[in-house]
Write a protein that binds this ligand. Structure first.
Ligand code: SF4
Ligand code: SF4
Length: 427
């Protein structure tokens, strides 16, 4: 038993087994299985620490079935941090059973090195655009993703082969008289899958008086952390701290809710190493998300006639609304956009089922969660669904195509770009 796991024992023991978490857990809603819910996860980890359980498949499966959406934490009277307990349980599993080689390669060699990562993703992108299943099968990747890759292949409609970092040099990054200098943290999802969103973000920032620099940094480390490779996550966190410490900028900004959330978690992720935790603490004072930064900075735009309005709904990413408690900022921003009629999406903060790569690894469950999101979107009659996370953007875009809804899905920075600065994109 690792010391890492022992540290979570008291937290798991705070669960009083009341079962209130059942009412809000998207996975329990589908499975009705006690092992799928926070109470079940807490009990598994506690019993493992007490020596009452073995680390086996029965232990692993329920923990990896969790979305880490934190709905249970928000609705738990004692506030048991089930998300942390689940991650520590996963880490223990990986430590005792061993991490698959491919994941180790991904977390230790590719994600920290975006240039190397780009070579692999470009290869996959060409394959995907030409029909990925065939190629993935020949590469043995289907074995890695196992049962759900065939079905999940269409979640991403088309993969770009020219990434954001390939385009950044052609973008305007400095206004005439900058009032602030921003270091832009490029999330992997935006760099490799949604580079047009990054371009919109940069353009909006420059239009609002920011000089933007794009440092050469790696992944934030969240994918490794949630998988249970805490060592890789910590190495990536330290590398990013070093990189951004040397960047002269007033702010570190990202439009990826998952990245901003995890960057802000660095002090806790590194709490066992006080010197690094202190450096992380200093770093996160400068970290902000897109709407967190922009909601009170956008100038007043002339409102268009109401007949030109578009109806817009907003989906709250879990890493925005619960991990960072940012709910009102994106709404404030949306209310300021010209020609936008904002409509509240029912259950806007219920997970969309993307949860990083959850939709690929647990396709059927993820789609059941997505169907409910689409039913809620249908009720609003919105023409545009916006959000602030790449995984959510991709998943919701797939949901709209799958449900054949007459709505488009855009990142909130794209919407700001479109409604406020429509013809100002450079490059
Ligand atoms: S996790 Fe919280 S809500 Fe769920 S059973 Fe335990 S104490 Fe109750
Ligand atoms: S984090 Fe979400 S999916 Fe996991 S147990 Fe809690 S409510 Fe359920």
């Amino acid at each position: 038993m690792s010391e890492e796991l022992q540290t979570i024992y008291d937290e798991s023991a705070r669960c009083n087994k009341c079962g209130f978490c059942q009412a809000v857990c998207p996975i329990f809603d589908i499975t009705k299985d006690e092992r799928s819910v926070a109470r079940g996860h807490n009990s598994l980890v506690r019993r493992l620490i007490e020596g009452d359980l073995a680390v086996d498949q029965e232990f692993k499966d329920p923990l990896y079935e969790c979305l880490l959406c934190k709905a249970c934490v928000e609705n738990c009277f004692p506030g048991v941090l089930t998300n942390k307990i689940v991650v520590k349980g996963r880490a223990e599993y990986m430590q005792q059973v061993g991490e698959p080689k491919l994941m180790k390669f991904l977390f230790h060699k590719l994600l920290p090195d975006q240039k190397k990562m780009a070579r692999y993703i470009r290869f996959l992108a060409y394959g995907k655009n030409a029909g990925m299943s065939k190629m993935a099968r020949s590469l043995g990747i289907l074995k890695w993703f196992r049962r759900d890759l065939d079905k999940a292949e269409n979640i991403v409609e088309k993969m770009p082969t020219r990434f954001f970092r390939d385009r950044v040099h052609s973008l305007q990054l400095r206004p005439e008289k900058p009032s602030i200098k921003i270091a832009y943290f490029v999330g992997c999802g935006f760099n490799f899958v949604l580079p047009h969103c990054s371009e919109a973000t940069l353009n909006v920032l420059v239009q609002n008086g920011a000089e933007v620099v794009v440092p050469d940094h790696g992944c934030c480390g969240l994918p490794a952390y949630v998988y249970g490779d805490l060592q890789a996550a910590r190495l990536m966190a330290k590398k990013n701290i070093q990189t951004f410490e040397s960047v002269d900028a007033d702010l570190i900004l990202t439009e990826c809710a998952s990245c901003s959330s995890f960057l802000k978690e660095y002090p806790e992720v590194l709490e066992g190493e006080p010197e690094w935790a202190e450096r992380a603490e200093r770093l996160i004072q400068r970290v902000k998300g897109f709407s967190e930064y922009l909601h009170d900075k956008l100038p007043d735009f002339e409102q268009k006639g109401t007949e030109q309005n578009i109806k817009v709904a907003y989906h709250d990413p879990c890493h925005m609304c619960r991990y960072q408690e940012l709910k009102k900022e994106p709404r404030t921003l949306l209310h300021k956009l010209p020609g936008v009629e904002f409509v509240e999406l029912p259950e806007s903060d219920r997970c969309c089922g993307a949860a990083g790569s959850y939709n690929v690894l647990h396709y059927d469950q993820s789609m059941k969660i997505l169907d409910r999101k689409m039913d809620n979107l249908r009720k609003t009659g919105a023409e545009v669904l916006t959000t602030e996370c790449p995984s959510c953007c991709i998943q919701l875009g797939y949901g709209v195509r799958r449900a054949e809804l007459p709505a488009r899905v855009v990142h909130i920075s794209e919407l700001v770009q479109e409604r406020c600065y429509g013809d100002t994109m450079k490059g």
